[in-house]
Ligand binder design. Sequence first.
Ligand code: SAM
Length: 381
Amino acid sequence: MVQLDLPSHHFEPRLYGVGAWTSHLHFAYDLVAVMKPALLVELGVDRGESYFAFCQAALENKSGTRCFGIDTWRGDEHAGGYDETTFAQVSEHNRDNYESFSTLLRSSFDSALTHFEKESIDVLHLDGLHTETAVRHDIESWLPKLRPGGILLLHDVGVRSKGFGVWKVWAELQQQSRSWTFADGPGLGVWQKPPSAPLPGFLEELLAPPNESNAALARYYTEHATAMQEKIAQQWRDGSIRNTPFAQQTIIQVFHSSDGSHREENSVYARIGHEGWKDVRIELPPNARAAPLRIDFVSALTTIEIESIRVRAPDRDYFSATTKPDLDSIQLRGDAERLPDAKLFRFKITGIDPQLYLPSIETELHEPVFVEMRLRVSAPA
Ligand SMILES: C[S@@+](CC[C@H](N)C(=O)[O-])C[C@H]1O[C@@H](n2cnc3c(N)ncnc32)[C@H](O)[C@@H]1O
């Protein structure tokens, strides 16, 4: 491992693996520990992977930072929809650990603007909806709140599929001031609002023109990102994933297909907590086909009981399984094992890739089409 004298050297994130930020947690920690920002604002908190890394750094390094995390906690077309579990869990984690200096604002980004003075924010992290239009709007409305010489973080600058347009806005920002792009995971842009005032410690080296120091920093963070991924993979192998924050929710991902192939960009998802029975409704995008639909569960070795699955438009059912024989027509493949049950479709998840295949629907679907499910997820005893 690259040995650099950075605060994150001994960092053990309390929360990791629950979002797309795992690769950048060590950088987030060092940024706060070294820069000691007076005011940090995050737009797009979701389960708090990035936000609580900033908070943990502020607490452990006594940086004196005031943190604000802003989100509607309703999800969006890229993050997927999620239920009230997320806000409840994030609020509890904040209350238990960081309440004295961290505030969660449940609001749209636009409505939260009035909470902050012009040029008052030292670090602004933008991680909301990732379309070009949304990112442009958020940058235009929030950059005036960042102080000159302050740091903007832009997540997902490396993603060029799924309708993401952050990379286009990032290319323009890079022309306007000094910056650094981390290529790990979906990519993170680090940008200093002009003028280029000197930054403390490693940040000055990072934002300098490419040199040996910033190359070594990039290697340091890549190695920590790889180590985090290996840790998570090991937790799946030995079953201890069940005891991590990741295990508190389940992602249901519906792959729609016109030719039997299933690609990430042709999928929609929803996330649920594990308290009791849930009614989930996932809308398929326009022109989706169900030839066939595949439903994956990203869930930490849980048991799932399904009472019903329907694929329906307002005026018709394309597929409906509400009785045991209908539910038995659903194929189970990959990392899952069917369990006996007189009424329900019950199965145990044994790894990272369990899949359900619904019977193929050959007709055109007339929009809007929803996949509706009533189900319960339980952690094994
Ligand atoms: C990509 S997720 C954030 C991920 C998070 N930073 C993490 O570390 O996992 C985007 C979040 O932004 C929120 N969001 C998107 N647009 C928003 C808006 N205009 N106002 C408030 N919240 C918004 C969504 O509810 C979603 O939770």
